[in-house]
Write a protein that binds this ligand. Structure first.
Ligand code: GTP
Ligand code: SPV
Ligand code: MN
Length: 592
């Protein structure tokens, strides 16, 4: 299989620690995966769906207490506290290793341990990195086989090289003993007592963001929570943007955007390179180049429909695993809130209880059938708008970097930073209302710098410094913007139509990158003149609406500046001076 000494040692040590009954190597063949799917169906881990309507599709239900990332039980372990804290939960490396080893002792007794060799990035490309996940969960194996490139070809590419060690067991799915521990200094991840995506598909957030962000800092590149999108104009030129929005704030939707009619008719097209994670490097031409290290989409199901995101929905029509959605018992298909207006009459909800669309709770509110963080795991190849550059070894060049969050007030529809350092500032002050993608309260505004608050594998101040330092290395810097699709009116309705119409904002962004349009200077940066956002063909949106969406209220922003200062203080003394300078400039602008 392999002669890699480190790998063989890792397996032997884990075997001794976890005591599995047997070991199965994932070779990546369709035969092996098909046999595992059949076994998962036998063991009631997966439900086989209607193979005519949804070929190759399955449904999985997690336990009720295991439905999202657990940020309060996720740790970045390092020798020195300051190298991780204060935003991350920190544990000292030795102490955490000991705690985890105690928890893993004998945990796979009577179970099979699967060895998953996986590559983040196309196998063999010079930007790709290899991980090995050892797990006792077939669900993890089958999801990793969609989300990453797995199997013998990865072992071959590994040779006797280095890899990220990942160990996972669903153990007893105990909430009290659930821990997701990262050891960036040891290239190691350990995850126990969960079987939910972001906690257990170790290639994703654990490796491709937390460990990779640390590697990026040491090696001079960046791992970011960003979608990558190509926008083709009528002349056939394609410009790429990368955008960081917090979890469940619209990355998958923007990444698969369908142009509004008036743009489509002119010949605009959009191409998806990635929907969640970008690895970014400085190219020989001095531009930033981005690759998507994943091979699948782990997308939010609720709200996905043929109007909001047809490309996402079409991506889920074959070879997809659905988690925690509604099971339609009449025809063995799936449903979720916002799919269509016809919930099934004879169904099971995400917990497996009988459900129909008419049920109300004690307060008369509709009982949801799908969990708000229910997800689909779909292969990228299914995506109708997948970019032909998806596997390009060097990635795609970025014209713009876009930050964005879910803000009912404060942040305008779009604004542009004045330069790189100011753009880093704009990213660092991002704030967003929390969503169901992580456990805990939903709808609370919190600072989420670069949408990386839950995913930075080291000290946040050092992470900001890395952004500032990268700026110095990029000769042809992309322009940096901030967007907010989520401003609401006094009744709480979204003012901006969003989804496909977001292309209208991207259009302005690209025009700014090419110096084709003027903008209005405000205290926080440049906002569009209302006339420059194309609203042709939009119902109910006028230039007044755009005026309203792009106002920057000085009083609100003064409070925001105080909030930013407090946040920086919380982060401690590693926040770079460059960012305090930007904060001073913002305050001075607001006092003008
Ligand atoms: P993660 O996979 O958790 O990282 O989430 P994501 O950032 O990919 O978010 P996604 O695109 O799945 O969107 C999450 C939610 O935001 C869904 O309920 C969408 O319907 C909603 N949403 C996305 N784009 C827009 C938009 O432009 N306007 C509005 N109002 N809602 C949006
Ligand atoms: C997110 O929460 O940002 C996700 C889903 O993309 S998870 O893989 O659970 O992190
Ligand atoms: Mn995400």
């Amino acid at each position: 299989m392999t002669k890699n000494k480190k790998l063989l040692d890792f397996i032997k040590e884990t075997q001794e620690l976890c005591n599995p009954e047997n070991i199965v190597w994932i070779d990546g063949s369709e035969e092996q995966l098909e046999a595992l799917r059949a076994q998962a169906v036998d063991e009631k881990i997966l439900i086989k769906l209607n193979q005519e309507k949804l070929p190759g599709c399955y449904l999985h239900r997690t336990t009720v207490n295991d439905v999202a990332r657990v940020e309060d039980r996720t740790f970045i372990c390092s020798k020195n506290k300051d190298d991780s804290a204060p935003v991350n939960n920190w544990m000292e490396t030795g102490e955490a290793m000991k705690m985890m080893k105690d928890l893993f002792k004998g945990v796979m007794k009577g179970r099979t341990m699967y060895v998953i060799p996986y590559s983040m990035g196309a196998v063999g490309s010079k930007f790709s990195k290899i991980g090995i996940e050892l797990t006792d969960s077939i669900y993890v194996v089958l999801n990793m086989a969609i989300m990453t490139r797995v199997g013998n070809k990865v072992l071959e590419a590994l040779g006797d090289g280095d890899f990220v060690k990942g160990l996972h067991s669903y153990a007893e799915l105990s909430e009290e003993k659930r821990y997701i521990c990262h050891f960036p200094e040891e290239n190691t991840i350990m995850s126990i007592n969960s079987n939910y995506g972001g906690n257990v598909l170790l290639g994703k957030k654990c490796f491709a963001l937390r460990i990779a962000s640390y590697l990026g800092k040491t090696e001079g590149w960046m791992a970011e929570h960003m979608l990558i999108l190509g926008i083709e104009n009528p002349k056939g030129e394609i410009k790429y943007v990368a955008a960081a929005f917090p979890s469940a704030c619209g990355k998958t939707n923007l990444a698969m955007l369908i142009p509004p009619e008036i743009y489509k008719n002119k010949g605009y097209k959009c191409w998806c390179v990635g929907d969640d994670i970008a690895w970014i490097r400085v190219g020989e031409d001095g531009r930033l180049w981005a690759v998507n290290p994943e091979n699948g989409f782990f997308g939010v199901a609720p709200g996905t429909n043929m109007k909001s995101n047809p490309n996402a929905l079409l991506s889920t029509r074959k070879n997809t695993i659905f988690t925690n959605v509604v099971e339609n018992l009449d025809d063995e298909t799936v449903w979720w809130e916002g799919l269509d207006k016809n919930p099934p009459k004879n169904a099971l909800d995400w917990k497996g209880n009988p459900w129909n669309g008419d049920m109300k709770d004690a307060n008369g509110k509709p009982v949801k059938g799908a969990h708000p963080n229910s997800r689909f795991t779909a292969p990228t190849v299914n995506c109708p708008c997948l970019s032909d550059q998806f596997e390009a070894p060097d990635g795609v060049p970025l014209s713009a970097i876009i930050f964005g969050g879910r803000r009912a007030k404060t942040a305008p529809l779009v604004y542009q930073s004045t330069d790189w350092n100011n753009g880093v500032f704009v990213g660092s002050i991002m704030a967003s209302e929390t969503t169901a993608a992580a456990t805990g309260a939903v709808g609370v505004v919190r600072r989420d710098p670069m949408a990386m608050r839950p995913f930075v594998g080291y000290n946040m101040g050092d992470y900001f410094k890395h952004w500032i330092d990268m700026g110095k290395k990029i000769k042809n810097q992309p322009k940096i913007f901030n967007v907010n699709w989520f401003r609401t009116d006094d009744e709480g309705n979204f003012i901006w139509p969003g989804f496909g119409d977001n292309l209208r904002v991207l259009d302005w962004i690209l025009s700014r990158c090419e110096d084709k349009v003027d903008a209005k200077k405000t205290a926080i940066g440049y906002v569009p003149y209302a006339k420059d956002i194309n609203i042709e063909g939009l119902d109910g949106v006028t230039t007044e609406t755009i005026e309203e969406l792009t106002t920057v209220d000085a009083e609100t922003w003064k409070k925001e500046a105080d909030g930013i200062e407090n946040f920086y203080k919380e982060l401690g003394d590693r926040v770079p001076k460059e960012l305090y300078d930007e904060l001073d400039k913002l305050k001075a602008n607001l006092d003008k």
